[in-house]
Design a protein around this ligand. Structure first.
Ligand SMILES: [Zn+2]
Length: 162
């Protein structure tokens, strides 16, 4: 019985080791439960409208009840009007009545698709404890945005004006 456990533990460790090799990062183990979500983000990236930056990004947002909403970055000649893939996915989900998110995967074929601060804040509005997957690693949103903005957290004024 003891030897079976040893074999099982060895196999799981070896699987994690192989996943580390595949990810291309030294100390990272990719979580297989999000493999399909990463694929969906990569597929969504193909719809990217990015003629100015040439940076294609795709996102796939997983709701807690198992639905997936995808998004891609959509740029505009008036640069400030451009929108990130993550927020496209979030707004699609929210507009369909879904606000509880388990995870979001972000993919790009040219940059490390670490979500920008604006997207972290928008995700945090709905699910601050969700997972964020990019670069072959699963991150906790709370670690990516440890002190996101919330209304009503502080009493005004914070300190005397004198
Ligand atoms: Zn963003």
């Amino acid at each position: 019985m003891a030897s079976r456990w040893t074999v099982l533990i060895f196999c799981e460790g070896f699987g994690a080791f192989l996943a580390t090799l595949n990810s291309g990062f030294a100390s990272i183990t990719m979580d297989n439960r999000y493999a399909d979500l990463v694929k969906a983000a990569e597929e969504a990236m193909k719809n990217s409208y990015s003629p100015y930056s040439k940076i294609r990004v795709g996102a796939a947002l997983l709701t807690k009840d198992g639905r997936v909403f995808t998004g891609c970055n959509v740029e505009n000649a008036s640069y400030g009007l451009s929108m990130c893939a993550e927020r496209v996915a979030v707004f699609k989900a929210v507009s369909e009545g879904f606000r509880d998110f388990q995870a979001i995967a972000v993919a790009s074929d040219s940059v490390n698709p670490s979500p920008c601060g604006a997207c972290r804040q928008v995700l945090s509005e709905f699910s601050p404890d969700m997972d964020v997957i990019y670069g072959g690693k699963v991150h906790k949103l709370r670690e990516l945005l440890p002190d996101g903005f919330r209304l009503g957290r502080w009493k005004w004024p914070l300190r005397s004006r004198k």
